[in-house]
Ligand binder design. Structure first.
Ligand code: NDP
Ligand SMILES: N[C@@H](CC=O)C(=O)O
Ligand code: NA
Length: 907
C-alpha cells in the first residue's frame, strides 16, 4: 500500500475502536514542589477543575515526578551519542512557509557550528489547517475535498520545484504523489462513512510535517552534508490523556530512538514535529504546541546542549507589546517564570514543553527567524539567570487575562466550618467552570474567586442552589457576582526574595488611580495576581510595567495654551528633560500641545526643539475631547497631567471631569480657584478624595512659594490671621516705575511687553487679577468667599486693545494721586488683604511710608506677609518677582515635578 510504504512499515491502519487511556493519575495527591530549590513547600493538587485556567498545568507538576524516573531510565538507555554535542532547533510553520524561508532555515542549520543537530520542523504555514479542512469536507460529504487536496499537492509541488532539482526533486515528487493518492483514498473512505476518527484525522493532518521535513532535509543535503529525515511516528510514543493532552512514553521512545538511530545514524537529523504514535503504533499528534513539545522531548532524550525555538518574535516580552508599546524583550527567564508567564496568557512556550528539558537544565532559546540580530530569550535554570539585572527585574513580566467575573461568597456562618470551600468549589466543578484565581481572607468570612465571564451565570446559579438553606438561614449573607473584571499578574523569580515588590506594585496601581478588587499570591511567590476592572486593565498593565521597566515615574503631558507661559514652560522642559530622566528617573513626555485653533498630537512625545514649527505646519484642528483622549489613554504611560496655561474659564471648567478620570492638573490659570465657590469646593473635595493631584502654585505670586507656604502653615496646624500683600506683578512694576515725568500709560505698555500682564491687561489694572489672588488665598485659608464679595473698580471699555489705546486717559488722575502721596513722604501701592479673622477680603490702592517694606520693591516684585498665630509679631514674608514668563513657567514646572515626586519619583 502506497501510504504504508511512505511511512514506517510498522504502522497499522488507524483503528476505529476506542483507544486505551493510559494516563498518569495524579489527582488528590500531595507532592513536594521540589524544583523550587528552597525550603520544602507543599502544594495540594486537588480536583483539576479548581486549580486554574489550564488546570492541566498543575497536574503537570505531579506528572513530572512520576515521569522523572521514566525519563531518567529512558535517557540512560538511549545509546545514541548524547550530551553537549547536540543542539536542537525547532522551526514553526511560518519559518517554513515558502521556498525562500525553507532555504533560509537550511542555511541556519548548516551555519550552526554544533557537532550534531536535530531539527524539528512543522508543516508549512496553513498546511495543517488545509489538511483538517480536507477531513471536515470529506466528513461532510463535500466533493470539494478533492480539489482542496490538489491545492495542498500544488503548494508542495511548487515549493519543491523552487528548491530541488533532478533526482532530489523527482524523489520528493514521487513520494508526494504517492502520499496524496493514498490520502485521497483515505478521504474517500471518510466521505463514504461520513465520519473520521481522531486517529484518521491525526494521520491525514500529520502529512504536512512529513513533507516539510522531507523537503528541508533534501535542501540541507544539497549543501553536501549528510542529513537524515526522521518520521517521529517511528520514535515518539505517547499515551493520550483525558484532558486532550498526551504523556510521552519516554522509555519506549528511547528504545525506538536507539533502533532508529542505528539504521539512520547522522550528525544532522530533520524530524517531524507534532506527530507521534501510540504504543499500538496508531498515528497521533502531540496536540497544541506539539512541535515545541517534540523538540523538548528530543532535547531531553539526546540530553542536548540547547533547544532553540525559532519563531517570528524577538523573544519573550515583559508585557504584551500590543498593549504596552515599550515592552522589552527579556534576555533570560527561569523555567518557572516562563511557566507562570504562559499560564497568564503570555505567548511563551506551553508549560508542558518545558518539563522534559527542565529536568536536565537544558536551556531553551526563543529566537526570531526574521531578525537574526535579536539575541532572543533564554529560558534556563534559576542559577543561570545571573545578577546583572538588578533590583527592578525582581518582576520579570506582566500578563493579563480579560473577560472574567469575580464571585464573592460571604457570610459569618463560613468561619471555622470545615468543608465550606469544598462545597463551594464542588458546586463550581459540577457546572464545569474553570476557577482562575482564589482569594480568602483569614477571617474566613468570604471566599472570592474568578471565573470566565461566560461561566459566571451558571456558577452563581449552582452556588445559590447549593447554599439555598444557608442563605435563607442567614449563615451566608450573599453570593455576589462582580462582572467585567480582568486579572493582572506580575511574574518574577526574585519576587520571593526581594522585599517591597508587592508594595511597589500596589503603589504603582494606586498612583494610576486603579482600584484593586482582589489579590492573590501563591506561596511560590512567582506571581502576584490582582483583579481590576476590565476597563482599567490596560492602564494598570502600563502603570506597573512603566514602574518596573521604564523610568520610575513616567508622565504623559498635555499642554493647553502654548502662549507666553505655556511656550516658555515647553522651552524649559526641553532644556531639562534629559537631566530629569538621567538624574531623577523622571520621564516627562509631551503627547499633545493645543491652542484654541490648532493642536499637535504625538504618540511617543512631541519633539520639544521644533514644537512651534510643527504646530504651525502640521497642527490639526483643535478638538479638546480628542486631545484629552489622546493624551490620557492612547499611549503606554500610565500617569497623565494636563497643564492648563490659558486664562480661559471654559478650560478650567473641565478640571473636575479630568480629575475624576484620574488626570492630574497643573495650572497657572486662576479661573477655577477664583470662579464660582460651589464649583471650587466640588473640585477640591474631589481632589482630596482621590489620588489625583491638582497643583496651582503659579496662580499667586507666579513662581514664588505662596500657595505651598500657606498650605504648609495650615497643614502643620498654624492659624492664619491675615495675609496682606502686593500680589500684582504688573501693578508692582507700574508703581515701582511710575516716577518723575513718566506717563502712566507708557509704564503700563512696558509691563505688558515684559510679559507681566494678563492676556487681557484690564484684569490687572482694574484690580480683578489681585482680587482673584485674594480669593484664592482666602479660600485656601478656609473662607467661603465669592469674587463678587471683593469690591473692585470695573473699567468701562470694550476691548483690551481699545483699553490699551485709551490708557493715556488715566494718566492725569494717577499722576495726581502719586503727587499727593509723594508730598507726605509716601508711595502708592496696590494691595490685597485676606482678613481671616473678620472673614473678608479687600483690594485697594493704599499709601505706604517710604520706609515700609511694601515701599522697598523693584521690578515686578510681589511681597506677601502672612500674619499667623506663630508669626504674629513678625509676619512671615515672601518676596520676589511675581510675574514674567520665566518665573511663572518655572512655577508651573516645579508643580509638575512635585506631581512626579508624589507619583514616586525620588525627592
Ligand atoms: N504672565 C505672567 O506673569 C503670569 C501668568 N499667569 C497665568 O498664565 C496663564 C497664561 O498667560 P499667558 O501665557 O501670559 O497668556 P497668553 O495669552 O500668552 O497665552 C494664552 C494661551 O492660551 C491659549 N488659549 C486661550 N484660550 C484657549 C482655549 N479655549 N483652548 C486652548 N487654548 C487656549 C492661547 O492660544 P491661541 O493663541 O491659539 O488662542 C494661548 O496659547 C494665564 O492664566 C495667566 O493668568 C500666572 C502667573 C503669572
Ligand atoms: N498679570 C499677573 C501675572 C501673575 O499672576 C500679575 O501682573 O501679577
Ligand atoms: Na506662587
Amino acid at each position: 500500500m502506497a501510504f504504508a510504504s511512505s511511512l514506517s512499515p510498522s504502522y497499522s491502519v488507524p483503528s476505529l475502536s476506542p483507544k486505551p487511556r493510559n494516563s498518569i493519575t495524579t489527582l488528590n495527591k500531595i507532592y513536594p514542589f521540589s524544583f523550587l530549590h528552597r525550603a520544602p513547600i507543599f502544594r495540594v493538587s486537588c480536583s483539576s477543575q479548581l486549580q486554574g485556567r489550564d488546570s492541566s498545568n498543575f497536574n503537570l507538576f505531579a506528572s513530572v515526578n512520576s515521569a522523572d524516573v521514566l525519563l531518567d531510565d529512558a535517557v540512560e538507555q538511549v545509546r545514541v551519542p548524547k550530551g553537549d554535542t547536540w543542539s536542537i532547533h525547532k522551526f514553526g510553520g511560518t519559518c517554513v512557509g515558502t521556498s525562500e524561508r525553507i532555504q533560509n532555515v537550511a542555511n541556519i542549520v548548516v551555519r550552526d557550528e554544533s557537532q550534531r543537530k536535530l531539527v524539528v520542523v512543522s508543516a508549512m504555514s496553513k498546511v495543517t489547517d488545509m489538511m483538517y479542512d480536507l477531513i471536515h469536507k470529506a466528513q461532510a460529504r463535500d466533493d470539494s475535498y478533492v480539489t482542496a487536496m490538489d491545492a495542498v499537492l500544488e503548494k508542495h509541488q511548487l515549493t519543491a520545484s523552487d528548491l530541488l532539482k533532478g533526482d532530489d526533486l523527482n524523489k520528493f515528487l514521487a513520494r508526494l504523489h504517492e502520499d496524496v493518492n493514498n490520502l485521497k483514498a483515505m478521504l474517500r473512505a471518510i466521505y463514504i462513512a461520513g465520519h473520521a476518527t481522531e486517529s484518521f484525522s491525526d494521520f491525514v493532518a500529520g502529512h504536512g510535517e512529513l513533507w516539510s521535513a522531507e523537503l528541508l532535509s533534501a535542501v540541507i543535503r544539497k549543501s553536501g552534508l549528510k542529513c537524515a529525515c526522521m518520521d517521529t511516528r517511528d520514535v515518539l510514543v505517547v499515551n493520550p490523556t483525558s484532558s486532550d493532552q498526551v504523556d510521552p512514553d519516554y522509555v519506549e521512545s528511547g528504545r525506538r530512538l536507539d533502533k532508529w538511530y542505528s539504521k539512520n545514524s547522522s550528525d544532522i537529523i530533520v524530524a517531524t514535529g507534532f506527530i507521534a504514535s501510540t504504543p499500538e503504533n496508531i498515528p497521533t499528534t502531540l496536540k497544541r504546541d506539539g512541535s515545541d513539545f517534540s523538540a523538548a522531548i528530543m532535547g531531553a532524550l539526546f540530553k542536548a546542549r540547547q533547544v532553540t525555538i525559532w519563531t517570528d518574535v524577538d523573544g519573550v516580552y515583559s508585557a504584551d507589546p500590543r498593549k504596552v508599546s515599550e515592552a522589552v524583550v527579556l534576555n533570560k527567564l527561569s523555567y518557572q517564570e516562563a511557566w507562570e508567564m504562559s499560564y497568564f496568557g503570555a505567548n511563551v512556550l506551553h508549560p508542558r514543553t518545558i518539563i522534559p528539558v527542565m529536568k536536565y537544565d537544558i536551556p531553551i532559546v526563543i529566537r526570531n527567524i526574521f531578525n537574526l540580530s535579536a539575541l532572543g530569550t533564554t529560558i534556563c535554570r534559576p542559577a543561570d539567570l545571573g545578577s546583572e539585572d538588578g533590583l527592578e527585574s525582581a518582576v520579570k513580566g506582566f500578563a493579563t487575562i480579560d473577560n472574567l467575573a469575580l464571585v464573592n461568597v460571604e457570610g459569618t456562618g463560613m468561619a471555622g466550618v470545615p468543608g465550606t470551600s469544598s462545597a463551594i468549589f464542588g458546586a463550581v466543578k459540577d457546572v464545569g467552570a474553570n476557577v482562575i484565581m482564589i482569594s480568602q481572607a483569614s477571617s474566613e468570612h468570604s471566599v472570592c474567586f474568578a471565573v470566565p465571564e461566560k461561566e459566571v451565570r451558571a456558577v452563581a446559579a449552582a452556588l445559590e442552589s447549593r447554599f439555598r438553606e444557608a442563605l435563607s438561614a442567614g449563615r451566608l449573607s450573599q453570593i455576589a457576582v462582580i462582572p467585567n473584571c480582568s486579572i493582572l499578574a506580575a511574574v518574577g523569580q526574585k519576587m520571593a526574595s526581594t522585599p517591597g515588590v508587592s508594595a511597589t506594585l500596589f503603589n504603582a496601581l494606586a498612583m494610576a488611580n486603579i482600584n484593586i478588587r482582589a489579590i492573590a499570591q501563591g506561596c511560590s511567590e512567582y506571581n502576584v495576581t490582582v483583579v481590576v476592572k476590565r476597563e482599567d486593565c490596560v492602564k494598570a498593565l502600563r502603570a506597573v510595567h512603566s514602574r518596573f521597566y521604564l523610568s520610575r515615574t513616567a508622565i504623559a503631558m498635555g499642554i493647553i495654551g502654548p502662549g507666553l507661559i505655556g511656550g516658555t514652560f515647553l522651552d524649559q522642559l526641553k532644556e531639562q528633560a534629559a537631566v530629569l530622566k538621567e538624574k531623577s528617573n523622571i520621564d516627562l513626555r509631551v503627547l499633545g500641545v493645543t491652542g484654541s485653533k490648532t493642536m499637535l498630537l504625538s504618540d511617543m512625545g512631541v519633539e520639544l526643539s521644533t514644537w512651534r514649527d510643527q504646530l504651525e505646519e502640521n497642527g490639526e484642528k483643535a478638538d479638546m475631547q480628542k486631545f484629552v483622549q489622546h493624551v490620557h489613554s492612547n499611549h503606554f504611560i500610565p500617569n497623565t497631567v494636563i497643564v492648563d496655561c490659558t486664562a480661559d474659564s471654559s478650560i478650567a471648567s473641565h478640571y473636575h471631569e479630568w480629575l475624576r478620570r484620574g488626570i492630574h492638573v497643573v495650572t497657572p490659570n486662576k479661573k477655577a480657584n477664583s470662579g464660582p465657590l460651589e464649583q471650587y469646593l466640588k473640585l477640591r473635595t474631589l481632589q482630596r478624595q482621590s489620588y489625583t493631584h491638582y497643583f496651582y502654585e503659579a496662580t499667586v505670586g507666579a513662581g514664588l512659594p505662596i500657595i505651598s507656604t500657606l498650605q504648609g502653615l495650615l497643614e502643620t496646624g498654624d492659624k492664619i490671621l491675615q495675609i496682606e500683600g502686593i500680589f500684582s506683578g504688573t501693578l508692582s512694576y507700574i508703581f515701582n516705575n511710575f516716577e518723575g515725568a513718566r506717563a502712566f500709560s507708557e509704564v503700563v505698555k512696558e509691563a505688558k511687553e515684559a510679559g507681566y500682564t494678563e492676556p487681557d491687561p484690564r484684569d490687572d489694572l482694574s484690580g480683578t487679577d489681585v482680587a482673584r489672588k485674594v480669593i484664592i488665598l482666602a479660600r485656601e485659608s478656609g473662607l467661603k468667599l465669592e469674587l463678587s464679595d471683593i469690591p473692585i473698580q470695573s473699567l468701562d471699555v470694550a476691548s483690551a486693545e481699545e483699553f490699551m489705546e485709551q490708557l493715556h486717559k488715566y494718566d492725569q488722575d494717577l499722576a495726581k494721586q502719586r503727587q499727593e502721596a509723594e508730598a507726605t513722604g509716601e508711595v502708592l501701592r496696590y494691595v490685597g488683604v485676606v482678613d481671616v479673622v473678620n472673614q473678608k477680603g479687600t483690594v485697594e490702592l493704599r499709601r505706604y511710608k517710604k520706609e515700609h517694606p511694601f515701599a522697598q520693591l523693584s521690578g515686578s516684585d510681589n511681597i506677601i506677609a502672612f500674619s499667623t498665630r506663630r508669626y504674629e509679631k513678625q509676619p512671615l514674608i515672601v518676596r520676589g518677582p511675581g510675574a514674567g514668563a520665566e518665573v511663572t513657567a518655572g512655577g508651573v514646572f516645579s508643580d509638575v515635578l512635585r506631581l512626579a515626586s508624589y507619583l514616586g519619583a525620588p525627592s
